[in-house]
Design a protein around this ligand. Sequence first.
Ligand code: ZN
Length: 136
Amino acid sequence: MTMDTKPIPKINEDSRPFWEGCKAHELRFQKCNKCGHVRWPPAIICPECHAKDTTWITAAGHGRVYTYVVYHVAYHPGFKGELPYVVAIVELPEGPRIFTNIIGCGTDEVYCDMEVEVVWDDVTVELTLPKFRPVR
Ligand code: ZN
């Protein structure tokens, strides 16, 4: 990896079903079979009730911008060509809030509570990233 290559997520056994879902263009999350909590990031136990029994569900793929920032500085050289860009936390109706990028609009058009939908960035054959764009 050169310094200009973007860092990529480290996939482990807990998160593999999420990343395989992304490759299939599906947002998958663990839902606790005991209390119903839908969690992110993936974990071996439920953070609410500590149960291990879980089912992977597929989220609808829409949500709202919970909060965001516009990056004008590249803190890693791999992101230099993307400036300025939006890093956001999107809240999904299923429960999770996930870190992502808002694309498909100007950085000055993003606002909190904006309705967004998932769009898939097929980075490599092995890695697809969920990003979000405004619902028009
Ligand atoms: Zn639980």
